[in-house]
Ligand binder design. Structure first.
Ligand code: SF4
Ligand code: SF4
Ligand code: SF4
Length: 175
């Protein structure tokens, strides 16, 4: 799993578009536009970080409507239209608030599991894990109680480094 090559989820696409608008389009001439844009960015960042709730969804819908009213130029109108379409176009924002990133691109909402049937107990995943989130010991043939590899969810930040090194394909995303 590589976040750079993955398809971005709807909240991340909306965030990218808003940040691009804020950095390279928004002039700030009409005050409601930058205020609504900033609030939308902060709210989506909360949702992506796994801290969003129903109130954030309601706030985002309200801010999107405010942005439509505030827009006084084609760039502003386009930003407002894109955000509104993103919100209406899928259930992904709701899914994120429920703790699931359907595309697996939000690290805070991504969890992995090691399939013991596929795991060869090589230890490569534990070696690359930057969070020291994988427990287990390499396989020793004469031991009857080999310590299988498992992921400690609370430590894992969903970076996907373990998936990339597992030649057995034993690590899968859990949604
Ligand atoms: S709506 Fe257009 S004119 Fe108004 S602040 Fe935004 S970018 Fe500027
Ligand atoms: S890299 Fe894959 S096969 Fe090796 S210990 Fe980790 S999960 Fe098991
Ligand atoms: S996803 Fe990243 S942090 Fe989580 S167990 Fe794998 S390597 Fe460690």
């Amino acid at each position: 799993m590589n976040a750079e090559t993955a398809v971005l989820c709807a909240p991340q696409r909306a965030l990218d578009a808003l940040i691009e608008f804020a950095n390279d389009g928004m002039c700030g001439r009409c005050l409601p536009c930058p205020l609504a844009t900033k609030q939308a960015i902060v709210t989506i960042e909360r949702i992506i970080a796994g801290q969003g709730d129903e109130a954030d969804l309601a706030r985002l819908a309200r801010v999107a409507a405010e942005l439509v009213d505030a827009a006084r130029c084609p760039k502003g109108e386009e930003a407002a239209r894109a955000l509104g379409e993103s919100l209406r176009g899928s259930t992904e924002f709701e899914r994120h608030v429920d703790g699931v990133c359907p595309e697996g691109t939000c690290r805070a909402l991504t969890r992995f599991r090691i399939d013991p049937e596929k795991c060869t107990m090589c230890g490569a995943c534990a070696e690359v894990c930057p969070r020291d989130a994988i427990e287990g010991d390499p396989y020793v043939p004469y031991l009857g109680d080999n310590h299988p590899y498992t992921i400690r969810e609370l430590r894992c930040d969903g970076c996907g480094a373990c998936v990339d090194v597992c030649e057995a394909g034993a690590i899968a995303r859990v949604t």
